[in-house]
Design a protein. Sequence first.
Length: 368
Amino acid sequence: MEESEETAAPLTTRAGHVALIGRPNVGKSTLLNAFMGEKLSIVTPKAQTTRESVTGILTTDTAQAIFVDTPGLLEPKYALQRAMHETALEVIADADLVLLLLDATRPGELPPDGTVLNAIRRRRDAILVIINKIDEGSSDAVEALKTWTRDTFGLEAVPISASRGDGVAELRSAIEAGLPENPFFYPEDELAVQPVRFFVTELIRETIFEMYEQEVPYATIVRVEEYRESDDPVFIRATVYVERESQKPIVIGKGGAGIRDLGSRSRAKIEAFIGQRVYLDLFVKTLPNWRAKLGTLRYLGYRLPPALAHEEPGEDQPGTTDGPSSSAATVGGGDAAAPKRPGGTARAGSGPRNPKKRSRRKPKRSGD
Ligand SMILES: Nc1nc2c(ncn2[C@@H]2O[C@H](COP(=O)(O)OP(=O)(O)OP(=O)(O)O)[C@@H](O)[C@H]2O)c(=O)[nH]1
Ligand SMILES: [Mg+2]
């Protein structure tokens, strides 16, 4: 404290928030993972996979890029989409650098005009436009998107392939060099900011998107009810909520085959993620119309963006006390080889324990 501000040594590190934004399915989460060199954000061929922002922290000797993956930009129709939309808008407003992704395989799908494009335009000085999927898109499509970028922002778009890695390393270096001078915001070995239970729900959701068709993935939300990391294997109890009673048998499948498959596939992903053996107990419940109610989203652990967090529950948003209407269809999704736990002692809604034995600083086990 003996030095005054005038005599302090100049900053030699760069750090800042880099938003990944764009229409659903353009490859934002794929690019986050490509930047990070590992999978933090879930990726599926279906649109609207990402529902909450996902943060990945990439630290080099001199720079810390805090990448924020966002839900795809669309015209919101119900409460969940409103929350997704607001989340993306807030990330756009707060970031030091905004990466707007376009899709070379769908050059006609541009950011929605109006609120969204205005929000992006407001960040004109901090935008980088990326044309993704050049491995699959035609050169005509790439040219059309370059022209749109020039006309809209007066900028040259950067073509990449996030899934093949083409142009990703160069883009990463350019981003790091363009970050503002700042001290690091996070410890150097920190990779993520969200708690493990968030990633657990995401990995189960990703598996649901892979396994089920049509409305089911969109009508599904996952909540981790219990996470006991002191157990070996780590004990996780989670509930898959669907919107309608008729969707429950679809998720459960014939003779429970669906939920068993969902359980073992999800478990394998969670084990790879946390680097420990896992026993996963999955339940299916109905929570009528949960997508339409902000209060229910809150109950389910969805992090509502500040703009909506204090909104009073309206007509289509009954109160926060909306619980599941039915608790039937309890099917263990754990692997047959995993040891059985004594039944009936699980405490609903208990939080994860604090970090103890962690081989690497991935997600913070910071509770809820
Ligand atoms: N051919 C090709 N496919 C890609 C590329 N990048 C992503 N994809 C695919 O595009 C699909 C969507 O990728 P995501 O990363 O989930 O897209 P997103 O923008 O995060 O989508 P939302 O979360 O729904 O908004 C997946 O099937 C990816 O494998 C790419 O560079 N080339
Ligand atoms: Mg995504």
